[in-house]
Design a protein around this ligand. Structure first.
Ligand code: GYE
Length: 328
């Protein structure tokens, strides 16, 4: 009799434990959609390294505010370890969705597996991760950086099509290991690769910052006085390069041509002023689309795995026309 009672007691205990474990885990589809105003999203941002990033942060925060969804925000100051810590803390807080813009491409599998084990869906915004396992995230929303690099390179090819002399190019790279730095270099190299007159004489990282662009250009102009063109992976580094070129007594946009990526206001102003020659647009306005993805996930729908941002290009005359209504 005693034995039967204790077996029953153990059985009851197991049932209780199973009930707890199956309870209210985030993303548990059995519990159905939450009211939107009860959703909590954790967003792990790269940092505040550029005008693009500031515009991206503001747009994401505004979009979530407007949607009535709580957004927890963290700034990783361009350090992967800070971003991993932020994601772990969002997992602990049991947020409904984690979104992040990975500072570099590799090294995410462990923390993303932790999110998966906790049943918290992850959305990549802006930058990609390099992982074999694409079940670690629901959707990747952002630009096609290879295409951006190709557009920059194509402009170079077109602008120098009649030139028979070598075109010496300095490349200011974005953050080492970041998707936009890797892909913009690849697309550009691809576009200029078919003509041997285009020579990348130096290529160094300026970490996507104005100070970095200035410092690297200062040093590289000394070792490469015969440079014709600078390709900057973002506007901020191009703006730093302008300062370095002027300090060296040369005219940016004339003595040394500049092509960059982003089309943020300060970049567009320099383009309109003739100090930059061409800009490939990269839109930071990802907030509304991220809100839509979060709502889809909450509704139990499967968002598109890859959503590519639409973007254009600007020459100097187009910058003059576009500037007054530019949002960022
Ligand atoms: O081009 C640059 C920023 O990841 C697309 O990061 C983004 C890039 C952007 O620092 O300005």
């Amino acid at each position: 009799m005693k034995k039967i009672i204790s077996i029953a007691a153990v059985g009851a205990l197991l049932l209780t434990l199973a009930g707890c474990a199956g309870g209210s885990t985030s993303g548990d589809s059995a519990s159905g959609p939450k009211p939107v105003d009860q959703l909590v999203v954790g967003f792990a941002q790269v940092g505040a390294e550029s005008g693009w990033r500031t515009a991206n942060t503001t747009n994401i925060q505004d979009s979530f505010k407007e949607a009535g969804i709580e957004l927890k925000f963290s700034d990783a100051q361009q350090k992967q370890e800070n971003q991993i810590k932020a994601i772990r803390s969002y997992i602990q807080q049991k947020v409904d969705v984690i979104a992040f813009s990975p500072v570099v491409e590799t090294g995410w599998d462990a923390v993303l597996n932790e999110a998966k084990a906790a049943n918290i869906p992850v959305v990549l915004t802006d930058r990609a991760v390099d992982s074999q396992d694409d079940s670690l995230y629901e959707s990747f929303l952002g630009s096609d950086f290879v295409e951006e690099g190709k557009k920059a390179g194509q402009w170079v090819v077109d602008s120098y099509k009649d030139s028979t002399t070598p075109v010496n190019i300095i490349q200011l790279e974005g953050t080492t290991g970041a998707a936009p730095a890797i892909d913009r270099a690849e697309g550009f190299a691809d576009a200029i690769g078919s003509d041997a007159k285009f020579k990348i004489v130096a290529s160094q990282t300026g970490d996507f910052t104005r100070a970095g662009g200035k410092q690297v250009t200062e040093a590289l102009l000394k070792s490469n006085p015969d440079v014709n063109l600078i390709y900057a992976h973002n506007d901020d580094m191009a703006l730093g390069a302008i300062e370095a070129i002027e300090a060296a007594g040369k005219k940016p946009g004339v003595d040394i041509k500049i092509v960059s990526v982003d089309a943020v206001k300060d970049g567009m102003q320099a383009l309109a002023d003739g100090k930059i020659n061409y800009i490939v647009e990269c839109s930071p306005l990802l907030g509304q689309q991220l809100v839509d993805i979060v709502k889809q996930i909450n509704d139990g729908k499967t968002p598109e795995k890859r959503i590519i941002t639409e973007e254009t290009t600007f020459d100097q005359a187009q910058a003059v026309t576009a500037l007054p209504t530019r949002q960022y």
